[in-house]
Design a protein around this ligand. Structure first.
Ligand code: CS2
Length: 503
């Protein structure tokens, strides 16, 4: 047995699995026989609660030994997860927290390797180009797709992209890695790949395809044509609320499971994955474990992004300014719960398309229940981070579509005003400092601090708002709201006023 660490609890690794407490799930399949048919870029909590979870479930059910996952990290920040996974034979524990308190724990075995691409680009390219690899999946965040928000084209001004064009064998961006791997596959006469995006962007596959082709064309037009003809980019809707793992989660798990996992993942019981069935070179039979394959994912992704992700941002920004720390804390506050539901009903739903087989009212009821799960302490800070990449996808389209059809915009507009207030001040309504994590932090701050002299200053940030500042109805309402917050930053008062129809 391995040397005991930390209060005598032995570490999670393959040879110690027999020490797991009863009731903790574990791989029932022979992990030594698994080949890595999938390379996944971005092994964060979400990948581990979602794709790796579904793939492990499939392996438990029917083997699927061709579909193990090799994780790839492209950033220095991924080093830690790589080291922990390596020390744990790539095993980790998924902790599913039910609303009534029940906790399910299972060791997941579908990850079988990890490569830190920023440390060894050649190794990551070789993995993607390996004959066993058939799918490269991505969770690179909504901000990772490198498009110019004004034109929708690939942003060639990005310094990392310039680097990749000049150094094709040692890339830094996902597009550089994918292009290098596809070039290698083509030269070896191997089939192309399926590139499977798992980020919350409508038509995430189409976007990935467009960005990759733009980049590849700049390097090698003929290669780009081959990718265009041979690779596949299925659109997909992904869903499972996965909060940040806390030190308490790590300690509780060690006490309950009998093995110490340095980085387990916690999540809600709900999980959903809807994928367009277009794969270049085979796929796991994920439908056996609840994944939904459809011809067109558009209505599902729109529903999820405009209700769940936008609903999160509504609670996140209003909650941050108010001083709520968690999403379940927001939902337990009747003012926030009512406000959320009004936003969903009055603004988000009217601009959704019907989704076959889904009752939207039930979906929303269930959503509010999921947000309210008191055991998922999803932090408001997690929701607010990288909002410059999220809100243009989650919330702003609902505003623009409602503007076009004369619908209500006030509940969403207050969220933009709360964000603008925060970006200028970086404090909540009581003056307490708030954390700020956003790739566009400098631009946001610069744009926002022109307020209140120029009440539309924040909206002039075209990279986020496009030309929304020129919409008279929106600009007037925003301007009133942001002035109102500068006069009195009590967001609850502003929310109550909207609900009672004073505005
Ligand atoms: C959240 C998502 O990041 C966010 O703002 O809305 O991470 C959300 O929890 C997931 O998409 C749930 O599927």
């Amino acid at each position: 047995m391995s040397a005991a660490r930390d209060g005598g609890v032995p570490p999670l690794r393959q040879e110690n699995l027999h020490l797991l407490a009863d009731g903790v799930g574990r791989p029932s399949y022979d992990r030594s026989r698994i080949q890595a048919g999938i390379v996944h870029v971005g092994v964060g909590g979400f990948h581990r609660s979602h794709e790796a979870y579904y793939t492990d479930a499939l392996m438990n059910r029917s083997g699927a030994s061709a579909w193990g996952i090799c994780g790839v990290g492209l950033r220095e920040a991924d080093r830690r997860i790589g080291e922990i996974l390596k020390a744990q034979d790539h095993l980790y524990t998924l902790i599913v927290k039910h609303p009534q308190g029940r906790i399910e724990r299972a060791v997941i075995g579908s990850l079988v390797d990890f490569v830190l691409g920023c440390h060894d680009p050649g190794a990551a390219i070789a993995r993607m180009a390996h004959a066993d690899t058939r799918i490269v999946s991505l969770t690179i965040t909504e901000g990772g797709y490198n498009f110019d928000p004004a034109t929708g084209d690939f942003d060639f001004s990005n310094v990392e992209v310039r680097h990749d064009l000049e150094h094709p064998a040692s890339p830094r961006t996902v597009f550089g890695f994918l292009t290098a791997a596809l070039r290698m596959r083509r030269s070896r006469d191997l089939p192309a790949l399926t590139i499977q995006s798992c980020d919350n962007i409508q038509h995430n596959g189409d976007l990935t395809r467009r960005m990759l082709l733009d980049f590849a064309r700049e390097q090698d037009a003929e290669l780009a044509r081959w990718i265009e003809g041979e690779a596949r980019f299925p659109n997909a809707m992904v869903d499972r609320i996965t909060p940040v793992t806390t030190p308490e989660d790590v300690a509780d798990l060690a006490a309950e499971a009998g093995l110490r996992d340095e980085w387990p993942v916690t999540c809600e019981p709900f999980a959903q994955w809807v994928i367009e069935d277009q794969f270049a070179n085979g796929r796991p039979a994920w439908e056996e474990v609840g994944v939904h394959f459809v011809a067109d994912v558009t209505p599902y992704e729109k529903m999820k992004i405009r209700l769940l992700n936008a609903g999160h941002s509504v609670l996140g920004w209003l909650g941050a300014i108010h001083g709520h720390k968690t999403i379940d804390g927001c939902v337990a506050d009747p003012l926030f719960a009512t406000y959320l539901r009004r936003f969903l009903d009055v603004e988000a739903t009217p601009v959704l398309d019907p989704v076959e087989g889904i009752d939207l009212e039930r979906y929303k009821d269930e959503l509010v229940g999921r947000f309210g799960n008191p055991n998922i302490k999803d932090s408001v800070a997690r929701i607010c981070l990288e909002s410059s990449a999220k809100l243009p996808k989650f919330l702003i389209p609902t505003i623009t579509e409602n503007l076009a059809q004369g619908g209500s915009i006030r509940f969403a507009t207050l969220v933009i005003a709360a964000w603008g207030y925060y970006c200028a001040k970086a404090v909540d309504g009581q003056g307490a400092p708030l954390e700020f994590v956003d790739a566009m932090e400098r631009e946001l701050h610069q744009a926002a601090r022109g307020t209140p002299e120029d009440s539309l200053s924040f909206l002039r940030l075209e990279a986020v708002f496009g030309d929304l500042v020129h919409d008279h109805r929106f600009a007037t309402l925003y301007s009133e709201m942001i002035q109102g917050l500068y006069d009195n930053p009590d967001i609850a008062r502003a929310m109550r006023a909207l609900l009672s129809g004073e505005r």
